[in-house]
Design a protein around this ligand. Structure first.
Ligand SMILES: NC(=O)c1ccc[n+]([C@@H]2O[C@H](COP(=O)([O-])OP(=O)(O)OC[C@H]3O[C@@H](n4cnc5c(N)ncnc54)[C@H](OP(=O)(O)O)[C@@H]3O)[C@@H](O)[C@H]2O)c1
Length: 197
């Protein structure tokens, strides 16, 4: 999936927890632009995502340290500042920034907070869920609060496809945002009015 996309996006929580490379290694293909959402520039300078294996862009806010921005640029990492909302960096501004950079397809790889933000903004076209044959008990949530209290308010998924691998099952759907968009617009008005949900 990385090889099929122009950019792969993760939150700084995933970088700090897993230190992923976010490159294409197991199949032929070019690595996508690696994008980290990091409003305070907590990314460690030794993080694998900053390696020279592929291009990296860190998107941050005006509250990040200008000296750290310069340090990142000095090692060839792109740094862009966008506005923030109650959920973090403004997702429409992030996507507009990527489009300006020539990116046409984006894989949001996680983690839960970033996945929740893009779903809440009604800006997801397709969702892919992989099920591995392991049981973790409570585990970690894949998606956080979307302000949905009733099944009728849920984001609807359509056009299901299923792919069975040796051990895993992959399910994918298109996201029908038509019903949820008004809620996302309400969210933006709340954020615009400075209210926290
Ligand atoms: N199974 C998988 O495929 C998979 C994939 C990826 C991650 N994960 C797991 O997910 C976990 C990490 O998830 P997480 O939810 O803690 O962190 P995350 O979503 O990776 O990153 C969240 C952080 O990103 C920053 N951020 C900036 N703008 C944001 C926005 N608009 N919305 C949300 N966050 C924004 C915030 O930090 P600042 O305020 O400092 O900017 C926020 O705390 C790890 O345990 C990892 O293993 C699993």
């Amino acid at each position: 999936m990385r090889a099929a996309c122009d950019a792969v996006v993760v939150g700084i929580g995933t970088i700090l927890r897993d230190d992923p490379q976010l490159t294409v290694r197991m199949v032929p293909g070019a690595s996508p632009l690696r994008v980290v959402l990091d409003s305070a520039l907590r990314v460690p300078m030794k993080a694998k995502v900053l390696s020279a294996d592929a291009a990296t862009l860190v998107i941050t806010s005006d509250r990040s340290d200008p000296a750290k921005r310069e340090n990142l640029k000095a090692v060839g990492v792109g740094v862009h500042v966008v506005p923030t909302t109650a959920r973090g960096l403004d997702i429409p501004a992030v996507l507009a920034q990527l489009r300006d950079a020539g990116v046409e397809s984006v894989l949001i790889e996680g983690g839960a907070k970033v996945v929740t933000s893009v779903l809440a903004a009604a800006l997801v076209d397709r969702i892919v869920v992989g099920t591995a044959p392991k049981i973790m008990g409570n585990g970690t949530n894949a998606i956080g609060d979307l302000g949905v209290g009733r099944v009728t308010e849920a984001i609807r998924l359509i056009n299901r496809t299923v792919q069975v691998t040796d051990d895993d099952v992959l399910m994918a759907w298109d996201v029908d945002n038509s019903h949820f968009r008004s809620k996302a617009a309400d969210d933006r008005q709340l954020v615009g009015a400075g209210e926290e949900r």
